[in-house]
Design a protein around this ligand. Structure first.
Ligand SMILES: Nc1nc2c(ncn2[C@@H]2O[C@H](COP(=O)(O)OP(=O)(O)OP(=O)(O)O)[C@@H](O)[C@H]2O)c(=O)[nH]1
Length: 660
C-alpha cells in the first residue's frame, strides 16, 4: 500500500513529538518511582520497628504479669499447705485461701483482659484454681494436669523462669468465634526456701495481642509473623490472607527464602516490598523481669515482617490527577504541535509555490513589458534633468540610426532635434521640468543618414520626494501623417479629370506670383480660355467624349506652355493660364499660339465612332495683365473673361486683348 506523503508526514509529526515527550517523561518517572520505592522501603522498615516494639512490649507485659502473680504470698501459702499432704487438703483454712485465690484470679482475669485462662497447678499436677472465660467444672475442680507438656516444662524451671509455648489453637470463650490462637505462659511457684510449690499458667489470647498491630493491616501494608518453620502465627483474616499454621513458603516463597537466610533486611518481591527481622523469645528475658525464657525448640526464632505494596509505574502515574492531566496535556500539545507543523509546512510550500508562480509571471510580464517598450510602434526615451538620454527604446534608436551604447549617457536629446524645431523642443522640455510636469511638441529629428523625421513628442516627469528624477517621453512618427496631409492638400488643389490645378490652386499660385511680380517688377499676364460649342460636343457625342476633349486640351496646352506658366481648370470647360514674367505682347503671342495649336490638333476620342477617332474643336481666349497693386487675381480674371466673351461674340476661335 502506498502511503500518501501527507499522511506519512502527519503520522511522523504526531509520533515523533510523542516519542520525544515519552523519552523525556520516562526518566523522570523512573527516578520518581525509585524515590517512591526507597520511601516505601523506609516506611516499611519504620513500620516493622514499630510493630516489633509493640509485640515485644505486649509479650513483656504478659511475662511480668505471670511472674508477679506467681509471687503472691497467698498463692504460696495455699500451695505450701497442699504440698505437705499426699491427698488434697480441704480444711477450713484451705477453703478460705482457695476462695480468696479464686476471687483474686477472677479479678486478674478481668483486669488483665488478654488471658483466656489462669490456672494454679500443684507439683502433683493437680489444678487447684482455674479462672477462665470458659465455663468451668464445679469448684474446687482439682483437675489432673500432670500430662500436659507445659506443666512438665515449667516444673523444670527455677524461680522467675518462664516457659512460653508456641501459639496454638484454643477456645476463645466467645460465642461468635469460639476458636482463637493462644499461647501458654508458665512459671514455677517457689517458696522462700526455693522449693517448687507448683506452676502458674496463664493462657494468653494471642489474637488479642496481635490485634494491637492494627496499622500493619489494611491498605498500608500487611504484617507477617511466622515461626522458625515458616508457619503463620497470626490469626487468619480474609479469604486471601494466610491462615494460622499455613506455611509462608506456599504463598511468599521468595520472602521466606530471604527471611531464613538473614536476621534482618528488606527485599523487593514481584508486587510487594518486604522489611523483615527475626526475634527469639528465649532472648527476651534481657528486656523483661524473667530469669530465663524457654520455648519449644524448632519454633524459635520468630520472623516478623511488613509487606508493603510495591509502587508501580501506573500507580505513580495515576495517583495524582493534576500530574496525569499535565502529562496528557503535554502529549496533546506535542501532537497539536506536530499537526500544526505539518499543516503550516504544507501551507508554506503552497505559498512558496504561489510566490514562485507569481515571480515567474512577474518575470514574464516584465519581459513582455520590456519587449513592448523596446519594440513599441512609438519611440520611448527618458532624459535626466539636463536632457541627457538615460534610456531609449529600440524603435527610436532605429529611427535615429544609432546604437544604444552611442546614445545612453552620452548624448543630449536636443542634439537629435533639427535646429528649426529645437526651440519648440526646449520649451516643451522646460515644461516637463517645471511645475506642470508634462509637455509636448511637434518637431523634427535629424537622423544619422541626414534624413529628417517629423515627430510628436509627449513627455512626463517622474518625480519623487527628492524631486525630479527623469522624464518619460513618448515619440510618435508623424512622417506618414505628414505625407497624407500633403496628399490631401494636393488633392484639394487638383482637378481630378485633367490633373491640372483647380481654382484654389490658381489662387494659391497667384498669391505667390503676384508677390513675386511685386517684388521683381516683372509683368504678370493672365489668359482665360473657354472651349467653343462644347455643349454641342457633349450633346452630340456624349459626356465621355466631352471629358476626353477636356483631357486632350489640358495635355496639349501643357505642351505648348513653358515651365513656370500656371494652367488651371477653374470651371467646366473654362481654363486660366497665369504667365509670370510675361508682357502684353508675349502674352498675346502665347494665346495666339495656343489658339492655333488647339484648332490644329483635334482631340483623340477613342473608339466612339469607327471612322472618326479624332474630333476637332476650337477655343476662344481673353488676355489681360495683372496690374500692379492688385493683390488678387479676381480683377484680372474678370477682365480676361470680358474679352473672352467678346471673342465668343465675335465668332469664336480668336484671341481678344483687354487693356488694363
Ligand atoms: N463632358 C463634359 N462636359 C462639361 C464639363 N464641364 C462642363 N461641361 C459642359 O460644357 C458645356 C458648356 O456649354 P455652354 O456654357 O453653353 O457653352 P458652349 O456650348 O461651349 O458655347 P460657347 O461657349 O458659347 O461656345 C455644358 O453643356 C456643360 O455641361 C465636363 O467636365 N465634361
Amino acid at each position: 500500500m502506498i502511503i500518501k506523503p501527507f499522511w506519512a508526514r502527519l503520522a511522523m509529526a504526531v509520533l515523533v513529538p510523542m516519542a520525544l515527550v515519552t523519552l523525556t517523561v520516562i526518566p523522570i518517572f523512573i527516578s520518581h518511582l525509585e524515590e517512591r520505592t526507597d520511601a516505601t522501603h523506609r516506611s516499611a522498615e519504620a513500620m516493622l520497628n514499630s510493630e516489633y516494639d509493640l509485640l515485644l512490649s505486649g509479650m513483656n507485659e504478659s511475662f511480668n504479669q505471670v511472674l508477679s502473680t506467681a509471687e503472691y504470698p497467698l498463692l504460696r501459702r495455699f500451695l505450701s499447705r497442699q504440698a505437705v499432704s499426699q491427698e488434697p487438703r480441704w480444711d477450713r483454712a484451705s477453703q478460705h485461701d482457695w476462695e480468696q485465690l479464686d476471687t483474686l484470679f477472677s479479678t486478674l482475669l478481668t483486669h488483665f483482659g488478654r488471658y483466656t485462662r489462669m490456672a494454679v497447678v500443684d507439683t502433683a499436677g493437680r489444678e487447684w484454681v482455674a479462672t477462665s472465660e470458659l465455663p468451668l467444672q464445679p469448684r474446687p475442680p482439682v483437675v489432673a494436669y500432670d500430662t500436659t507438656d507445659t506443666f512438665h516444662k515449667a516444673m523444670t524451671l527455677h524461680s522467675r523462669d518462664l516457659y512460653v509455648s508456641p501459639p496454638r489453637l484454643g477456645a476463645s470463650g466467645e460465642q461468635a468465634s469460639p476458636v482463637t490462637t493462644v499461647i501458654d505462659i508458665a512459671t514455677p511457684i517457689v517458696d522462700e526456701r526455693g522449693e517448687r510449690l507448683g506452676v502458674l499458667m496463664f493462657t494468653l489470647d494471642w489474637s488479642r495481642l496481635t490485634a494491637s498491630l492494627p496499622h500493619a493491616r489494611g491498605n498500608q501494608g500487611q504484617a507477617l509473623l511466622v515461626d522458625a518453620q515458616g508457619q503463620w502465627l497470626l490469626p487468619g483474616g480474609d479469604a486471601d490472607d494466610m491462615r494460622f499454621g499455613q506455611l509462608l513458603s506456599t504463598r511468599w516463597p521468595a520472602a521466606w527464602a530471604a527471611m531464613v537466610t538473614r536476621n534482618q533486611g528488606s527485599m523487593t518481591l514481584s508486587d510487594h516490598l518486604l522489611a523483615f527481622r527475626s526475634h527469639d523469645l528465649r532472648t527476651q528475658h534481657y528486656r523483661s523481669e524473667a530469669g530465663m525464657i524457654i520455648s519449644d525448640s524448632g519454633t524459635q526464632p520468630w520472623h516478623l515482617g511488613i509487606l508493603m505494596p510495591r509502587p508501580s509505574f501506573w500507580g505513580v502515574l495515576l495517583e495524582n490527577p493534576v500530574q496525569l492531566l499535565a502529562i496528557v496535556l503535554v502529549y496533546l500539545l506535542s501532537m497539536a504541535f506536530g499537526v500544526f507543523w505539518v499543516f503550516s509546512h504544507y501551507r508554506l510550500r503552497e505559498l512558496r509555490q504561489q510566490a514562485l508562480m507569481f515571480s515567474r509571471e512577474a518575470r514574464q510580464y516584465a519581459g513582455e513589458v520590456q519587449d513592448l517598450y523596446e519594440h513599441a510602434p512609438c519611440g520611448y526615451h527618458s532624459l535626466d534633468s539636463e536632457g541627457r538620454v538615460i534610456r531609449i527604446n529600440r524603435t527610436e534608436l532605429e529611427w535615429l540610426g544609432y546604437r544604444a551604447d552611442e546614445v545612453i549617457g552620452k548624448r543630449h536629446y536636443r542634439d537629435f532635434v533639427t535646429p528649426e524645431s529645437r526651440e519648440a523642443f526646449d520649451a516643451a522640455f522646460q515644461k516637463v521640468l517645471g511645475e506642470g510636469q508634462e509637455g509636448g511638441t511637434e518637431c523634427e529629428l535629424l537622423c544619422r543618414d541626414g534624413t529628417r523625421l517629423p515627430v510628436a513628442i509627449q513627455g512626463k516627469a517622474h518625480v519623487t520626494e527628492e524631486g525630479f528624477q527623469y522624464s518619460r517621453t513618448m515619440v510618435f512618427d508623424l512622417s506618414e501623417r505628414k505625407a497624407m496631409e500633403a496628399r490631401l492638400e494636393q488633392q484639394a488643389l487638383t482637378d481630378p479629370l485633367t490633373g491640372l490645378g483647380n481654382r484654389r490652386a490658381l489662387e494659391d499660385q497667384a498669391a505667390m506670383e503676384i508677390a513675386r511680380a511685386e517684388r521683381s517688377g516683372a509683368p504678370l499676364s493672365l489668359v482665360a480660355i473657354d472651349l467653343d460649342h462644347f455643349k454641342d460636343i457633349n450633346d452630340t457625342y456624349g459626356h465621355d467624349v466631352g471629358d476626353w476633349v477636356l483631357q486632350a486640351f489640358a495635355e496639349l496646352t501643357q505642351e505648348v506652355l513653358r515651365d513656370g506658366d500656371v494652367l488651371c481648370r477653374i470651371g467646366g470647360e473654362e481654363f486660366t493660364v497665369l504667365l509670370p514674367n510675361t508682357s502684353k505682347d508675349q502674352a498675346l503671342q502665347v494665346a495666339e499660339r495656343l489658339r492655333r495649336a488647339i484648332a490644329a490638333t483635334p482631340a483623340k476620342i477613342g473608339q466612339v465612332t469607327k471612322e472618326d477617332t479624332v474630333l476637332a474643336y476650337t477655343a476662344s481666349l481673353g488676355v489681360t495683365m495683372v496690374s500692379a497693386g492688385e493683390t488678387t487675381l479676381k480683377p484680372a480674371i474678370k477682365r480676361a473673361d470680358q474679352k473672352l466673351y467678346a471673342a465668343k461674340k465675335a465668332g469664336r476661335n480668336r484671341v481678344h486683348w483687354e487693356e488694363v
